[in-house]
Structures are given as C-alpha cells and as structure tokens.
Design a protein around this ligand. Structure first.
Ligand code: ADP
Length: 429
C-alpha cells in the first residue's frame, strides 16, 4: 500500500528496516561474548559451591572459610562484570534501534502530513499510513527479543551439548561380548601409571581369584590398593600387563555386563534422596518387598528400618532421616546382597564405628562374602584373618603374600602392622 500510495516513503522504509535488522544481529553477536563468560563463571561458581557444601566440615576444620569466600566472590565479580557488559551493549543497541525507529516514524508522519496539507492524501489515508508505519517498526521489537532468546539458548545449549558429547575415556570395543558370569579374575604382570603421573602407581601385580576365593589387599596408605580396584572396575586400563575375566582379556567384554556381575561396597556409602526401599532395590527395581526384607535381615538392617516412622518408605538423605555410619554401611551391604553378584569388591571403612554397630557390620559382611569371590581392601587386619590370600603391598609392589598364620610366622611387614594394630586398636591403613 505504502509503495503504491507514496513511493518515497516506501523506499525510506526499505532502507530503515534492514538497518534495524542488522543492528539486532550485531547486538546478538557483540553480547554473546560477555554472556558466554558470565554463564561459564556462573557454572564454575555453582560447582565450587556444591564442592564446598559437601566438604563443609573439612573447610571448617582447616579454617579456610576466608579463602573459600574469596574464591566464591571472585566468581561473583566475574559474573557481575560480564553481565553488566552484556547489558551495556544491549541497552546501547536497543537505544540506537529505538532512535532510528522513532526517527523513521516521525519522518514518515511529517512526510504524510505535508502530503495531506498539499491535498494529495485524505484523512483516512493519513491514519492508514501512520498505522502501517508504526506496525512495521514495532514488528522489529519482537524480532529483537526473539534474537536475544536465541542467543541465550545457543550459549547455554552449546555448553550442554559439549558436556553430553564428552566421550568416556574407556569405550567398549566394537566386538566386545556380554559377560554372562564371573568364574575367575586374574591380574597378570599388571603395571599402571596414572596419565598425569611420572612414576608407576602399581607394578608387577599378579593374583587370581576363583571358586569363591577371597583376596585381601593390605598395606600402608598410598601403596596402590584402590588403584588395583579401579583397574578391575575399568576406570583405567593397565599401562602394561593384562586383567583377565574367565581367562579372557577384560576389554573383550562390555563394561556394562561386567558391572552387572559385581557389587561394590565402599567406605563412603552413597545413598540417594529416596526411600530406604528405593535405595536398597537400586540394582533391580521390581524386586519383591519380601526379598528386600530378607536381604535387610541378613544385613542386620531390618531391625532399625522397622523402627523408623515409615519403615521401608522412610526418606533418606537431605529431605529425610539421617542414618549413622554403621546403618548406612548395613544398607549398602543389604543392597549388595540383593544384587547377588559373583564378585564383591569391598573397601572396608576406616572410620571407627561404635562397637555394637561394628559387630553387626562385620557379621553382615561375613554373610555377604560367604561363598562369593571377593577382593577386599582391608584396613583392619582383624577382619582379614579368614581370607584365603592376603596380599601385602608396599610402594605399589607385592612384598608378601599368604594366609594370616603364614604371614604372622614370616615376621615381615604384615606381622609388624598386625602387632601394631593389636596394641593400639586401629591403625589407619
Ligand atoms: P591406597 O589405596 O593404597 O591408599 P592408591 O591406589 O590410592 O593407594 O594410590 C597409589 C599411588 O597412586 C599413590 O602414590 C597415589 O599418589 C597415586 N594416585 C592415586 N590416584 C591417583 C590419580 N588419580 N592420579 C595420579 N596419581 C594417583
């Protein structure tokens, strides 16, 4: 209509609209940088906060609150600085856009008014054109808002996609097969060096677990006990040597299927913000209540669970009840009993429990480990007396091995550690 009635006004808008669009695009481009930086620092700050909250007692104990606050504030300042920069550019460009847009409207009204005075347009035409002009300019604003949203979304989803695309370090080989049961586990001349380390963490590791045998790893801290279990869990690949399951290299099986046949009972028991029942049946969600209860009874957990307000439906964690260390361990043991795997990896807790709880945990563990293959990281030597083979490590190497009585008679490191623990109670290993 505009072109037809007033060619000059039409041409004017043809020039102004692309300028406004170009301004909006430029704004998006310029504000993306500070937006990205602000978001990145915000993520870091959130991560730092989570880390600090979970380590609150350590931070308090080490009196490093001031340092934590300083680091947190640094992130805050960076976020603020970049957000301000982003808003500054946004406001600047919006202002420029509005000025040009308004000038275009004013110019068009003036032009139309002159035309009307000259008698070339009647009152109806003037209104019509004024409305069109306003609509045209206003239509840029939603576009600008839309571009803002696009920019914000692009920056955020970009980070998310990057995170999701992170490939695990160890992937299944294309021809890997499903492991249908564990009959034996063997470490053969295993040497391992952490990727960022210059010296080996463990070397010359040889042992075999089969037919319901249990092996305990013993030794001062930092000697490679956890490293061995991490290798077995395939968090890392041996630098050299081999780990075999049923006499086949561990890498010939899918990782998922390996983990289905083992259970891990760790010192730090991870419980979810869910009911006790859900926490127990984590490996198999559709298991019967009676089976859950039976496993809990074996783990000496049934009694304290039954005494809770809502029994097995009681919420644990942040939103629910707090469990003691011993109770959490018994939940973890019941969980492993329910999974009923062929191999148990046990990282015995170092923290001392009260003696009653300790007795119950030990008894529950005995039931869990009965007739199963197990690899135990032992911190209390009193608990490894009945293990088939004790492997004593020092500086990542096996220095002694054998059963309890053999090692005691040998009068080596094991015997020294054992007598030290017998005298002083607990020694942190
Ligand atoms: P343990 O379980 O007996 O206390 P670890 O297996 O944790 O001992 O540690 C063995 C050695 O490997 C130590 O020297 C330790 O510093 C090193 N180590 C452990 N984890 C890592 C890691 N993620 N990166 C580099 N070195 C590590």
């Amino acid at each position: 209509v505009l072109y037809f009635m007033l060619p000059l006004a039409g041409i004017g808008f043809t020039i102004v609209i692309p300028i406004l669009v170009a301004l909006t695009l430029k704004k998006t481009q310029i504000t993306n940088k500070p937006r990205r930086r602000a978001n990145k620092n915000w993520e870091k700050q959130a991560g730092y906060l989570a880390e600090n909250v979970s380590n609150l007692s350590t931070i308090k104990a080490m009196s490093t609150e001031k340092n934590s606050t300083r680091i947190y504030s640094n992130y805050q300042n960076l976020i603020l600085k970049n957000r301000l920069l982003q808003f500054k550019y946004e406001t600047l460009y919006d202002l420029l856009r509005d000025i040009i847009g308004d000038m275009a409207i004013v110019a068009s009204i003036a032009y139309v008014a002159i035309m009307a005075i000259k008698g070339k347009l009647n009152a109806g035409d003037v209104f019509l054109i004024a409305f069109y002009a306003r609509d045209l300019i206003n239509s840029i604003q939603p576009f600008s808002r839309f571009m803002n949203k696009v920019a914000e979304t692009e920056v955020t989803t970009g980070r998310l996609v990057k995170m999701l695309e992170t490939k695990p370090t160890i992937v299944d080989m294309p021809d890997s097969v499903v492991l249908d049961g564990i009959k034996s586990i063997e470490f053969k001349n295993v040497y391992f060096q952490y990727p960022d380390s210059t010296k080996g963490a463990v070397s010359n590791i040889n042992f075999k677990i089969s037919n319901g045998k249990s092996i305990a790893l013993v030794g001062p801290s930092g000697t490679g006990k956890s490293t061995i279990t991490k290798l077995l869990l395939r968090f890392y690949e041996p630098t050299s040597g081999q780990i075999l399951i049923n006499d086949q290299d561990i890498s010939s099986y899918t990782q998922y299927s390996i983990r289905q046949h083992l259970a891990i009972v760790m010192q730090d028991v991870a419980l979810f913000n869910a009911t006790i029942k859900e926490n127990l049946a984590i490996a198999n969600a559709d298991v019967d209540d009676s089976v859950i209860q039976k496993a809990s009874q074996m783990a000496h957990a049934d009694e304290f669970i039954a005494n809770l307000d809502k029994g097995y439906d009681t919420l644990v964690g942040e939103r629910g009840i707090k469990l003691s260390g011993g109770q959490k361990q018994r939940i973890a043991i019941a969980r492993a009993i329910l999974k009923n795997p062929e191999l148990i990896i046990l990282d015995e807790a170092t923290s001392a429990l009260d003696s009653q709880s300790e007795k119950l945990v030990q008894d529950a563990l005995k039931k869990l480990l009965a007739d199963k293959m197990s690899l135990i990281i032992a911190h209390r030597l009193s608990t490894v007396r009945h293990v088939d083979e004790i492997i004593v490590l020092q500086n990542g190497r096996i220095i002694e091995r054998g059963n309890h009585s053999y090692l005691i008679n040998k009068k080596g490191l094991y015997e020294q550690l054992f007598s030290l623990q017998s005298k002083t109670g607990m020694v942190d290993l």
